[in-house]
Design a protein around this ligand. Structure first.
Ligand code: ZN
Length: 158
């Protein structure tokens, strides 16, 4: 038996001012998108903003349902919209914003991480993930691998 270890790398920023203008704008858009969340049950309003390599910006918000499992996270709403409206465009980055105590970054759920991975495999390129709010700390991952170690991938289906 051997004890193994997995390490993940990510960047952290103390404030929005440390981000590039383009990333700060994307994070702002994800926060603004929260106004359009449909979250009458959780009251937890989440926004996502995707930047495609062609410059297109796609917004998503969580969409809840009285039949709870029928609802969908903001990240996946945006990712699926990108996949259906711009199937041949590469997703460069996604910013995710959710309210939290002390403005701490709220990372994507496991299902959204899995969908991020699928999109990376589909486009054969990593997707940068920015998590935070216009106030407080922001964290950045250079791809889904750091968010989802030992992931299930299509290669296992062969
Ligand atoms: Zn999710």
């Amino acid at each position: 038996m051997k004890d193994e270890r997995i390490e993940i790398n990510y960047k952290s920023y103390d404030s929005l001012a440390e981000l590039s203008d383009a990333d700060a704008e994307l994070l702002k858009k994800s926060e603004e998108a929260r106004l359009n969340a449909y979250a009458p049950y959780s009251k937890f309003h989440v926004g996502a903003a995707i930047r495609l390599e062609n410059g297109e910006i796609i917004l998503g918000t969580n969409q809840e349902n009285a039949a709870y499992p029928s609802g969908m996270c903001a990240e996946r709403v945006a990712l699926y919209y990108a996949g259906s409206q711009f199937p041949n465009s590469v997703i460069e980055s996604i910013a995710v914003s959710a309210p939290s105590a002390n403005a701490l970054p709220v990372p994507p759920c496991g299902a959204c991480r899995q969908v991020l991975l699928e999109n990376e495999q589909r486009q054969i390129k990593k997707i940068r993930v920015l998590i935070g709010q216009t106030k407080g700390k922001i964290i950045e991952f250079d791809g889904s691998e750091s968010l989802l170690p030992l992931a299930f991938k299509e290669s296992f289906l062969r």
